[in-house]
Design a protein around this ligand. Sequence first.
Ligand code: GAR
Length: 194
Amino acid sequence: MPIKRVAVLFSGSGSNLEALLEKLHNKVFNGTKIEIALTITNKKDAGGIKRSQKFGIEPELIEHKDFDSREEFDEALVRKIKKENIDLTVLAGFMRILTPVFTNQIKAINLHPSLLPLFKGANAIKESFESNEPRAGVTVHWVSEELDSGEIIAQKSFEKEKKMSFEKFKEKIHKIEHEILPETVIKLLCEKMN
Ligand code: GAR
């Protein structure tokens, strides 16, 4: 049976990493098995570390602060990902700007908590909540050299309710993220044409 090897990079709580592990790890879709073969974090106190360990996967710690330049950090990520023969890399709350050293060598997708091209950057949920846009949502896109700007693969949106609290809004965004990211990975790796 074909096996597709996935790497997941994270910096924070890792709820999306956990959704990927729960829904995809060692599971078969259309006759193809998905294996989360590698997890990497750049933060030694990231909540996702425990979530990864819970599934028996010890995350690689590659701390950006140990490198003199973004390029050298990216080179270390690339080396590790290539060594593990990864088919698809997933950025799930990986809060680093990547250089062409990474983007030219690694086939990667990114999860972003807004309807891109709206609200690029690190404060998307708050900016989307506070905006006058009638709808909000989540995007999965290919990673390219320009931040949050690669080709869009999938989006899910919902109508904003005037009375919704910020907490409820965030919850709704995360719930959608936990669905759209695993779904997109399956689509990319296990659909017939692959
Ligand atoms: C997610 O909301 C993800 O969309 C966002 O970080 C969060 C990570 O949550 N990513 C970005 O904002 C990228 N620009 P998690 O650690 O619980 O998965």
